[in-house]
Design a protein around this ligand. Structure first.
Ligand code: SF4
Length: 372
């Protein structure tokens, strides 16, 4: 007689659950590039890229990143600016820095060989419990379960239990297929991503519907916090140059900035609130109207560096951009060339080799300075 799992109660034995889930995964798994082999470097890279990033965006960057850095040794030997440039567009740049740091550890301290257990993988920079378990199970076949948001949702719905914290890990470990842990982990995540979705799960096509306690009716899963709204302003300065395709004025974020440290972006300006926003770049003008004028700000420490010119600024376009939990309306202005900001005129042909923030890239594309 089979014993009931200590943490998880499902309506049949776990063997049945595993067989149904793996059978479905074998037949219906999405053909994703990192699933084509179990190379630990590729598994690791995909897992880091997939953190907080959509699969479609990762596919776009995964091939290019591997083209530039096909091995962990090549990645370790690269300059940080090149790694950040290859990461540009994925956001959360700390991941790229940690990836680079971990590549150096693997190459210099471990002779190019990845640790093969989740416990040992945890010692590498940027690798947490989820990522360590994912790499160990997928690349090395270690019987350790993963828990991410998709797995949590599936576990709660099939069991009808409100779980939290360590109980998720225990429940996932009880269900895990020890013969095929990597496939099982990916199958759980795939089920959550494609069938047992947050809103409107497709229970009619679910391979484990007969074993599910809720069939989508466990409504009280934690709600994600609503996105905040914000407005930010940037100045776009472009000049034609003889014999090249122009230059654009960019500033580099502080090396110790909390977000996107060392990346390049357009100068941020601040529009003082008032009855209307007046597009001038000066604060030297004492008129009422200039009290609402945009001001340059230097970096994320908000040290201000006011522009000395009296020239008018013109709004040129607007884009929308999300950073963590805030949806920004981004207004882009054109005005006289800045004199009081420490930035650089960058040749357009160099832009693709520079670590640009995702927002800078978006603005430069919209302005048709950068091509897609
Ligand atoms: Fe999710 Fe519905 Fe499948 Fe249950 S039956 S696991 S709620 S998709």
């Amino acid at each position: 007689m089979k014993t009931e799992p200590a943490t998880l109660r499902i309506q049949a034995d776990t063997w049945d659950f595993r067989a149904r889930l793996l059978g479905w995964y074998d037949a219906h798994a999405r053909d994703l590039p990192w699933r084509r082999d179990q190379d630990p470097y590729r598994v690791w890279l995909s897992e880091i890229m997939l953190q907080q990033t959509r699969v479609a965006a990762v596919i776009e960057h995964y091939h290019e990143f591997l083209r530039r850095f096909p091995t962990v040794e090549k990645l370790a030997a690269a300059r940080e600016a090149s790694v950040l440039a290859a990461w540009s567009g994925l956001g959360y740049y700390r991941r790229a820095r940690m990836l680079h740091a971990a590549a150096k550890v693997v190459t210099k301290k471990l002779g190019g060989r990845f640790p093969t257990t989740a416990e040992a993988l945890l010692d590498l920079p940027g690798i947490g419990r989820y990522t360590a378990a994912a790499i160990a199970s997928i690349a090395f076949g270690e019987a350790v379960a993963v828990v991410d948001g998709n797995v949590e949702r599936v576990l709660q719905r099939i069991s009808g239990q409100q779980l939290s914290g360590e109980k998720f890990w225990n429940a996932a470990g009880e269900l895990l297929d020890r013969e095929r842990p990597g496939d099982f982990n990916q199958a759980m995540m795939e089920l959550g991503a494609t069938v047992c979705t947050p809103r409107g799960p497709s229970c009619l096509t679910c391979p484990v519907v007969d074993l599910c306690a809720t069939r989508g009716e466990l409504a009280d899963t934690p709600k994600t916090a609503p996105q905040k709204k914000g407005e930010i302003h940037y100045a776009l300065h472009f000049r034609d140059t003889d014999g090249s395709n122009g230059k654009v004025f960019l500033v580099q974020r502080a090396r110790d900035a909390s977000l996107m440290a060392g990346m390049w972006e357009l100068p941020e300006i601040e529009v003082l609130t008032g009855k209307k926003q007046v597009p001038r770049f000066t604060l030297n003008d004492k008129s009422e109207e200039s009290k609402q004028a945009p001001r340059f700000v230097r970096d994320d420490k908000r040290k201000r560096s006011h522009h000395k010119s009296n020239g008018r600024a013109t709004p040129i376009f607007m884009v929308r951009h999300s950073i963590t939990v805030t949806d920004y309306t981004v207004r882009v202005w054109q005005g006289e060339t800045p004199r009081a900001i420490s930035g650089q005129w960058i040749l357009v042909e160099r832009l693709n080799r520079l670590p640009l923030t995702g927002l800078a890239r978006k603005i430069l594309r919209k302005a048709e300075i950068l091509q897609d």
